[in-house]
Design a protein around this ligand. Structure first.
Ligand code: ADP
Ligand code: ZN
Ligand code: ZN
Length: 750
C-alpha cells in the first residue's frame, strides 16, 4: 500500500506545445493539486470542467476514469502522458454538482476523482445495448467449496451480500465492477454450477404523467406546515426539520409541497431509506406525483443511465431514491426532502463516506433551494442544529384524524421467565398475541438481533455481567472470547459460573429464528412471515410479503428493523418488541439514541387507523431511560436527558468526530500504520485544536482477515481536521504500511 501517494505529474511522453489540463483520476491517491497534468489531444475540441476522460495512469498505464478539473494548466518541463479517451462531449456535471463534489472530497477526506466517480453511474453516456446478461446465485453459502480462488470468492460474496439486501440477480457489468473480478471468474463459477447466467432484454422504466387527486383535506397542523414551507419555496436556501410523530401525515406534506414545486416547473429530490422503496410509501408517492424517477438498487446499469438522462434533461420531475439519489443531475432543482433523516443508512460505508442528509443540506445550500428533513425521532444532530438556529423546526405533534398514540407497556423479561428457562416471548406478550389473533387483528413483531453481541447472563438468579466502571451490560465478543464494555472499552474475562449463585452462565443473545419456532409452537394456526435478510432475497419478495400482509393473508409479520420503518397497515393493533436490548448493547455512544428511535418507530406501526394500538416492549433493562422515554413517546424528554450527557462527555452533537482506521492482514503492519498515522495527525493538528484518542484496537478487531486499529479525533467544531490534515494527506500517508480509511462524522464506531 506504500503507493498511496504519487507525484503530481505523470511522466513519460515528450511535452509539445499542446494544451495541458488537470485530471482527477478515480484512484485512492492524493495529489497536492486538483489533479494530475495531462496533454489534451487537439481532436477532442475545447476541454470543459467536469468532462469525463480515460487516462493512462500509474506504472502500468492502466486506462483509468478521470475528470477534467482544470482546462488550462501551464506546461512545465515535465514530460506528460496524453489523455486516451474522451467520454463526454459535454460534461455531465453542472456547476452545483461540481462544487458539491469538491466539498465532499474535501470534507470527507476522499480524493476528488474517487468522489466524482461515485457521483455518476458509470453507464451514463455509454451506448445502451438492447440486452444484458444477469447473474444468479445458485444454492447457498454451504455449497461453496473451500478451494475457491480469491476472485471467484469475491463474486460469490458480492452476490450473497446483494441477496441479503434483497437484490437478485445482478447485472454482469455491475457485478464485475463491484467484485473486481473478470468475466473468466464468472465463467468458472458457471461451470462449477455455483452461479447461473441469463440474457434478458433491457427494459427501460417509464415515467408516468398521471397524478391522482388529493384524497383528503389536510388537518390544521399539516396546513400550517405547508403554509410555512410554501413561503420558503423559491426564496433561496433554508433548512427545516419537520418533526412529526409517527402517523402525523408527514408524507402527505412532502407530496403537496413537491406538487407545488412541479407546478412551478421545477424538480424535487426525495431521499428515503432503501427499505422504503419496497413499501407502500412508494406506491403512495407514485400515485400522487407525476414523472417520478425511482432510483432503487435493483436497477440495471442501462436503466440507471436512462433515468439519469431523463433527470438531467428535465423530463423527470421527481427523483426518489436512497442516499446516492442526492447526486441526481436535476438542473431545475427546487426542493430537497430527506425522509426519516435520523436513519443511519444514509451514511455510506465505502469511500467517499458521506452522509446523505448532510450532503442534501450542502447541495441545497449550493443550489439555493429549501431542504426539508422529516422524522418522528430526529437525530440529536439535527435537533442541535435547530437549537443553534441553523435549521428551522415545524412540528406535527398529533396523529392524523385525531388518532391516539399507541399505548406502550414495558415488560421485564426476567420476571416473565420461568426459573432457569429462557422463553423469548414472555407471558404478557404471548397473552396479547393470543388475544389479537382471536380478534382477527394483525401483529408486528420486532426482533432486531445483531449477530455479534449478546449479554452474559445467569438464568437461574438473573445476574447480568455489568461493567464495573459504567454499570452497563458487558457484551460477549466471540472473536476475542471475552466480555467488553461498549462504553468505556473495559474488558474482562468470562466467569466460569455465576458469581451470585454458582449457576450456569448463558450468553443471552437470541435470534429471530428462535422466535419463529416459538411462535409456531405456541400459535400453530397463525400465518407468520419472517422478514429478515436471510428470507428476503429480492425486492419482489419484500413487495409480496407486504402485499400479503396488507390483504390480510398474514397474521404476524416477524422481522428485524425492516419492519420498524414506515409501514402503514390499518389492521395492526399489536406491536411486540421481543428485545429492546439488541440496540442498547451496541458498542456506540449512540446506543441509547438508537434504542429510543427503534422503539418509537416500531411502536408507531400500531394503531394507525380505527383499531387502537398496543405495544409490548420486552427488555432486561426496564429502567433504562431510553426505553422509559420511548414508552411515553417522549422525544423531548429523551433529548433533554441525553443531550447534557453528550455535552458532558464532549460527544456529538457538541463535538465532531473523525475516525481513522488502519487495516492490514498483518497485525504488525496494521499497528505500525496506525502509529505512523497518529504521529502525522499529532504533528498536523495545532495543539489544543483536537483530542486524539488512540491508536487502539477497533471494537471489531478483525474483519475479513484484516486487523484494524483506530484513531478517533474529537474536535470542537466541524472542519478542523479537514483544514489542517486534509492538505497534508499526501505526506501523512506516504509510506504508510497499512490501508487507511477516513470516516468523518462516523455513525458506527466499530
Ligand atoms: P407519517 O409519514 O407521519 O408516519 P403518513 O404520511 O404515513 O404519516 O400518514 C399516515 C396515514 O394517514 C396515511 O395513511 C395517510 O394517507 C393518512 N393521512 C395523512 N394525512 C391525512 C389527513 N389530513 N386526513 C386523513 N388521512 C391522512
Ligand atoms: Zn464501562
Ligand atoms: Zn446466578
Amino acid at each position: 500500500m506504500g503507493k498511496l501517494f504519487e507525484e503530481a505529474s505523470e511522466t513519460t511522453e515528450p511535452a509539445g506545445p499542446a494544451r495541458v489540463v488537470a485530471v482527477a483520476v478515480n484512484a485512492n491517491i492524493w495529489s497536492r493539486e486538483s489533479g494530475f497534468d495531462y496533454l489534451w489531444p487537439e481532436g477532442f475540441g475545447e476541454p470543459a470542467l467536469g468532462q469525463r476522460v480515460r487516462v493512462p495512469f500509474g506504472r502500468g498505464n492502466r486506462k483509468t476514469l478521470g475528470f477534467v478539473t482544470e482546462t488550462q494548466r501551464t506546461p512545465g518541463d515535465r514530460k506528460l502522458k496524453t489523455i486516451a479517451e474522451l467520454l463526454d462531449p459535454k460534461p455531465q456535471f453542472d456547476r452545483t454538482l461540481r462544487q458539491l463534489g469538491q466539498w465532499i472530497s474535501q470534507y470527507y477526506l476522499t480524493p476528488l476523482g474517487m468522489t466524482l466517480s461515485a457521483m455518476i453511474p458509470s453507464a451514463v453516456g455509454r451506448h445502451a445495448s438492447p440486452s444484458e446478461t444477469v447473474v444468479y446465485l445458485q444454492g447457498g453459502r454451504s455449497d461453496w467449496p473451500t478451494s475457491l480462488g480469491a476472485r471467484q470468492k469475491r463474486v460469490l460474496d458480492e452476490l450473497f451480500e446483494a441477496r441479503k439486501q434483497g437484490i437478485e440477480p445482478l447485472e454482469m457489468a455491475a457485478l464485475l465492477r463491484h467484485s473486481g473480478a473478470t468475466r473468466n471468474s464468472v465463467t468458472r463459477l458457471v461451470r462449477r454450477e455455483l452461479v447461473r447466467l441469463e440474457n434478458r432484454p433491457v427494459s427501460l422504466p417509464e415515467l408516468s404523467d398521471q397524478a391522482g387527486k388529493d384524497p383528503f383535506e389536510l388537518n390544521a397542523d399539516q396546513k400550517t406546515a405547508i403554509a410555512d414551507l410554501t413561503e420558503k419555496l423559491g426564496t433561496g436556501f433554508s433548512a427545516t426539520l419537520l418533526y412529526g410523530v409517527t402517523g402525523s401525515g408527514k408524507t402527505e406534506v412532502y407530496v403537496r409541497l413537491i406538487r407545488q414545486v412541479i407546478a412551478a416547473g421545477k424538480q424535487a429530490i426525495l431521499l428515503v431509506p432503501e427499505i422504503a422503496l419496497a413499501t407502500q410509501t412508494l406506491q403512495r408517492l407514485l400515485k400522487r406525483l407525476p414523472r417520478v424517477a425511482v432510483l432503487h438498487s435493483g436497477l440495471s446499469d442501462a436503466q440507471r443511465a436512462f433515468y439519469y438522462e431523463q433527470i438531467r434533461d428535465g423530463h423527470a420531475a421527481v427523483v426518489v431514491g436512497p442516499r446516492s439519489a442526492i447526486f441526481a443531475p436535476a438542473r431545475k432543482l427546487g426542493l430537497i426532502v430527506v425522509d426519516e433523516e435520523h436513519e443511519q443508512t444514509y451514511k455510506q460505508d465505502t469511500a467517499p463516506r458521506y452522509h446523505g442528509r448532510d450532503v442534501a443540506v450542502k447541495r441545497a445550500s449550493i443550489a439555493g433551494v429549501p431542504v426539508v428533513l422529516g422524522s418522528a425521532t430526529p437525530s440529536l444532530e439535527s435537533l442541535h442544529n435547530v437549537q443553534a438556529k441553523r435549521y428551522d423546526i415545524l412540528r406535527l405533534p398529533h396523529r392524523v384524524k385525531g388518532l391516539p398514540m399507541p399505548r406502550l407497556q414495558i415488560v421485564h423479561l426476567r420476571k416473565e421467565m420461568q426459573r432457569g428457562r429462557i422463553e423469548l416471548l414472555g407471558r404478557t406478550l404471548t397473552l396479547k398475541i393470543a388475544e389479537a389473533l382471536d380478534r382477527g387483528e394483525q401483529i408486528i413483531l420486532l426482533m432486531n438481533r445483531r449477530g455479534y453481541a449478546s449479554c452474559v447472563f445467569c438464568p437461574s438468579c438473573g445476574w447480568t455481567f455489568v461493567c464495573e466502571n459504567c454499570t452497563r451490560a458487558m457484551v460477549f465478543h466471540q472473536t476475542m472470547q471475552l466480555a467488553m464494555c461498549h462504553y468505556c472499552q473495559h474488558t474482562a474475562s468470562l466467569p466460569e459460573a455465576c458469581p451470585a449463585c454458582g449457576g450456569k452462565i448463558v450468553y443471552f443473545g437470541y435470534g429471530i429464528q428462535r422466535i419463529e419456532n416459538e411462535l409456531s409452537r405456541k400459535f400453530s394456526a397463525a400465518r407468520v412471515a419472517r422478514m429478515d435478510s436471510d428470507t428476503m432475497t429480492s425486492p419482489k419478495q419484500f413487495r409480496r410479503v407486504f402485499d400479503e400482509f396488507a390483504r390480510g393473508e398474514l397474521d404476524i409479520l416477524l422481522g428485524t428493523q425492516m419492519v420498524a420503518k414506515g409501514l402503514d397497515f390499518p389492521r395492526v393493533s399489536l406491536v411486540g418488541v421481543a428485545s429492546a436490548d439488541t440496540s442498547l448493547t451496541i458498542p456506540d455512544f449512540r446506543a441509547s439514541e438508537r434504542t429510543f428511535q427503534l422503539v418509537v418507530q416500531v411502536a408507531g406501526r400500531a394503531g394507525r387507523a380505527e383499531l387502537p394500538g398496543e405495544v409490548i416492549v420486552q427488555t432486561l433493562h426496564a429502567d433504562d431511560p431510553a426505553i422509559r422515554f420511548a414508552s411515553n413517546h417522549d422525544y423531548d424528554g429523551f433529548a433533554s436527558w441525553e443531550l447534557p450527557l453528550r455535552r458532558q462527555a464532549n460527544l456529538p452533537p457538541f463535538s465532531r468526530l473523525v475516525r481513522f482506521v488502519a487495516r492490514h492482514r498483518d497485525v504488525d503492519k496494521a499497528q505500525r500504520g496506525a502509529e505512523d498515522l497518529a504521529k502525522g495527525l499529532r504533528a498536523a493538528l495545532p495543539g489544543g485544536s483536537a483530542k486524539i484518542v488512540g491508536p487502539q484496537p477497533a471494537g471489531v478487531f478483525k474483519i475479513r482477515d484484516r486487523f484494524r486499529f483506530q484513531i478517533l479525533i474529537i474536535t470542537p467544531t466541524a472542519g478542523v481536521v479537514q483544514q489542517h490534515v486534509g492538505p497534508l494527506m499526501p505526506q501523512i500517508l506516504r509510506d504508510n504500511p497499512a490501508e487507511i480509511i477516513a470516516d468523518v462524522d462516523p455513525v458506527q464506531l466499530m
